[in-house]
Design a binder for this molecule. Structure first.
Ligand code: PEP
Ligand code: MN
Length: 337
């Protein structure tokens, strides 16, 4: 619920109100406008009689938040959340590009790709060490060895690492080797995993499930935030529709919708949306124009030999060209890149 304080209210009264709410077990989020104070009150308010708060003379109004997501809700926190990843700020003025191979294949492969994407202007290195494959016979990833490679190459080029975690048993390894933990589309509603992520202090890149609504996606973010981890970055990666020309359909409307209803940063993965390398540039430029806070793009120096997702991977030169065009679009929407 949202509690609005009367203009010019006595601060001691406000403090008494806040103590009362905390005593009831609620979490309080504050936001100060030019002439008003508003508190977002989160917790199990279902059985709570909101009219009781009018007994506090500092209270101007109390309204329930209709949406099921609370901590994620912009009504609770009006200012944009900026997730700081080793000094790189996601959700601010600068558009942050994450790039790298779909799968980690070897130290040399990650090294070649990291060097190229860094030179082109990517800030964060992506790479999958644990791969969620539809077929059990497809390449499953290098596992911990792959995380170590990412970590070493990331340190060499001063790039933070984003990589996908599928199993809570590996959380400690990810805390050690990775800077952003990616939760893939297939695990968006793995609630046991989300609860564990709520307990740690690491940025989480939460992909939208390919058959999930925006509200379900935000509720998954709510799971992480409800546990205490507020460093959540949302990632739209395309949803499943009837359209076979693309692997998925990029739902670009998520960007303005998420920006309206939530304060969390939102980035776009055009690679898994398109499934085809020749669509990546258009979708990337459109995403930036729509107001995305960043992109995560698959790049491979030899896509024809890639262990996974070669068809949607850009070669370094194409990625470089995309970055140049992306800078122009970023400038047009008053962002930096
Ligand atoms: C990936 O990023 O490599 C990946 C498997 O993504 P998604 O979960 O979006 O399919
Ligand atoms: Mn991939």
């Amino acid at each position: 619920m949202i509690v609005k304080i009367k203009k010019g209210a006595n601060q001691a009264d406000v403090n008494r109100l806040l103590e009362h709410l905390k005593g009831l077990g609620f979490d309080i989020h504050s936001s100060f406008g030019e002439s008003y104070q508003v508190y977002g009150v989160v917790g199990n308010t279902a059985g709570f009689d909101i009219r009781s708060l009018y007994g506090h003379r500092c209270v101007d109004s109390v309204i329930r938040i209709q949406e099921p997501f609370k901590k994620v809700n912009r009504k609770i926190k009006s200012e944009d959340t900026i997730v700081d990843v080793n000094g790189i700020k996601i959700g601010g003025k600068e558009i942050i590009i994450m790039a790298g191979p779909c799968s980690v294949e070897s130290y040399e492969q990650v090294d070649i790709i990291a060097k190229a994407v860094k030179e082109a202007g990517a800030k964060i290195l992506r790479g999958g060490a644990f791969k969620p494959r539809t077929s059990p016979y497809a390449y499953q990833g290098m596992g911990i060895e792959g995380l170590k490679i990412l970590h070493d190459v990331g340190s060499k080029y001063d790039m933070p690492i984003v990589s996908e975690l599928m199993d809570k048993d590996y959380i400690d390894d990810f805390i050690k080797y990775v800077d952003i933990i990616q939760i893939g589309a297939r695990n968006m509603q793995n609630f046991a995993l989300l609860k564990e992520l709520g307990k740690i202090d690491k940025p989480i890149l939460l992909k939208r499930g390919f058959s999930n609504t925006i509200e379900e996606w935000l509720m998954s973010a709510e799971y992480i935030m409800a546990g205490g981890n507020e460093k959540v970055i949302l990632c739209e990666r395309g949803i499943r529709t009837f359209e076979p020309y693309t692997r998925n359909t990029l739902d670009i409307s998520t960007v303005p919708i998420v920006k309206k209803v939530s304060h969390l940063p939102v980035i776009i993965d055009p690679s898994h949306a398109a499934g085809k390398w020749d669509l990546i540039e258009s979708l990337s430029l459109a995403s930036i124009a729509a107001g995305a806070d960043g992109l995560i793009i698959e790049v491979h120096h030899e896509p024809e030999k890639a262990f996974s997702d070669g068809a949607q991977s850009l070669k370094p030169k194409k990625f470089h060209n995309l970055m140049n065009k992306a800078r122009a679009v970023a400038a047009a929407v008053n962002k930096q890149l």
